[in-house]
Design a protein around this ligand. Structure first.
Ligand code: NAD
Ligand code: UGA
Length: 449
């Protein structure tokens, strides 16, 4: 099928490359000319495992192109994906200005045969109708006769760091529309993925497709992220109680997670949830509720628990080092999770800010930032190029991001470089016995020391 993806960030680029990989002819549009030039040369502007490889293969097969020319993309696509960002406004509401600009752009170029316009961006409930009206206004301004279009809400559930895998192996595909024609086209588009042609296990049942109305599809996306974020806040709250009573939250998570009604995923206690989506999406849902006169108390508490949790490493540093002024703290990892270069809303940012406020000196080593040289406006932290340099002169280390390579570090060697051998494991990721054997005082989150 002929596809146009507008906005080539984490979602748009992965979606475009994966659809091209399964044989569709995809044109990806971005209004950032530098980004487009980079992608035209076969390079990915983001770090995402496997992405550059499938991008390059699809480009070589002639299935994937990049341009800034929206008109060309709209003319090409039978299916037009809107995949631009919807960041939080300072009020916490969703900033839909980029979606609006794209919808206007589509309206001013729409021509030719029937098209399906797909909201892939996470957008407030009601955006499907709103996008339709904006596109219709653009068409009317040009007094153009068009063959018609429908809007589909097709929210994205991929995780950064495993975005390509998640796209080929989704738990479900959600299609919200009142048009059977549009739904049929979307099913055709995703047919190879629905049939699990790319699954590692060929005996799995087909991917469930949830066909629903637009508002319910939009709500499914917010509810999913809000549930997952709340689940993490829940286990973090349990971890904080474990700390006080001397229980081990990793054992507790295993014990409750084996109950299939609870499930073992997303029960990893730590320094709080961050990233480009949980914080903004939970906040946007709380604001939607307010707009309709409802106080979403549980969600507000999930956010409050998370705000506190982002300071848990600071609390533990103060317990063990007492005065932080003049001390040197080394952060192992900076990104909000491993296997991504994304720093948006990373819990590390809050910790760095607070450590600086208290007069500590902050250093950090993150493998992806060392590799790419991208320090993303990290002015209050000295970014080191390896873990040994990081450890040099530190009073304590804090593990922020659970990069696999951190399990393989020579902690005895790191310890030799440090003033005091203390490590706060902000993700309960390391083996306490290994650290203790290397002479460290190991402090986890919700784990007895
Ligand atoms: P992003 O910020 O990484 O990328 C957005 C891209 O859109 C940028 O490259 C930007 O230059 C481009 N853009 C902005 N305005 C444009 C315009 N008028 N025309 C063309 N291009 C334009 O965003 P993202 O992380 O990919 O998120 C996109 C959407 O998907 C958001 O609504 C987000 O909530 C949702 N989402 C994100 C993830 C994720 O893991 N990042 C997962 C699921 C859903
Ligand atoms: C999340 C969702 O998992 C995706 O389904 C969704 O599509 C995406 O948001 C989105 O809407 O953008 P992502 O933010 O990439 O994906 O990463 P997650 O793996 O969900 O982690 C989010 C945050 O929660 C990270 O800071 C992570 O460290 C934290 N987390 C996750 C925990 O603290 N404990 C856990 O058990 C799991």
């Amino acid at each position: 099928m002929r596809v146009c993806v507008i906005g080539t960030g984490y979602v748009g680029l992965v979606t475009g490359a994966c659809l091209a990989h399964i044989g569709h002819h995809v044109i990806c549009i971005d209004n950032n000319a530098d980004k487009v030039a980079l992608m035209q040369s076969g390079q990915s502007p983001i770090f995402e495992p496997g992405l550059a490889e499938i991008m390059q293969a699809a480009m070589q097969a002639g299935n994937l192109e990049f341009t800034t020319d929206l008109g060309a993309g709209v003319a090409h696509g039978e299916i037009l994906f809107i995949a631009v960002g919807t960041p939080a406004l300072p009020t916490g509401e969703s900033d839909t200005r980029y979606v609006e600009a794209v919808a206007r752009g589509i309206g001013s170029h729409l021509n030719g045969g029937y098209k399906v316009i797909v909201n892939k961006s996470t957008v407030p409930i009601g955006s499907g109708d709103w996008v339709k009206r904006i596109v219709l206004d653009g068409v009317a301004e040009r007094q153009q006769t068009i063959a018609g279009f429908d809007v589909v809400s097709n929210p994205e559930f991929l995780r950064e760091g495993s975005a390509v895998f998640d796209t080929f192996n989704p738990d479900r595909i959600v299609l919200g529309s009142n048009s059977t024609k549009a739904i049929a086209m979307m099913r055709k588009l995703y047919a190879p993925i629905i049939a699990r042609r790319f699954a590692e296990d060929p005996f799995l049942l087909p991917v469930p497709v949830v066909e629903t109305d637009i508002s319910s599809a939009e709500m499914i996306k917010y509810a999913a992220n809000a549930f997952l974020a709340t689940k993490i806040s829940f286990i973090n709250e349990v971890a904080n109680i474990c700390d006080r009573v001397g229980a081990d939250v990793t054992q507790v998570a295993q014990g409750i997670g084996l109950d299939s009604r609870i499930g073992k995923k997303f029960l990893q206690a730590g320094i709080g949830w961050g990233g480009s989506c949980f914080p903004k999406d939970v906040s946007a849902l709380i604001h939607t509720a307010v707009d309709y006169g409802y106080d979403a108390q549980l969600l507000r508490k999930a956010v409050a628990v998370n705000e506190r949790q982002k300071l848990i490493a600071l609390e533990k540093l103060q317990q063990v080092l007492k005065i932080l002024k003049g001390k040197t703290i080394g952060l192992l990892g900076l990104t909000f999770k491993p296997d991504t270069d994304d720093m948006r809303d990373a819990p590390a940012l809050i910790l760095i800010e607070q450590l600086n406020r208290l007069g500590a000196k902050v250093k950090a080593y993150d493998p992806i930032i060392a590799q790419t040289g991208m320090a993303h406006g990290l002015s209050d932290v000295k970014v080191e190029s390896d873990a040994v340099q990081l450890a040099d002169g530190c009073d304590a280390l804090v593990l922020i991001t659970e990069w696999q390579s951190f399990r393989k570090l020579d902690y005895a060697k790191l310890g030799e470089k440090m003033i005091s051998k203390i490590i706060i494991d902000g993700r309960n990721f390391l083996d306490p016995e290994v650290l203790t054997a290397s002479g460290f005082q190991y402090i986890g989150i919700g784990r007895p020391t």
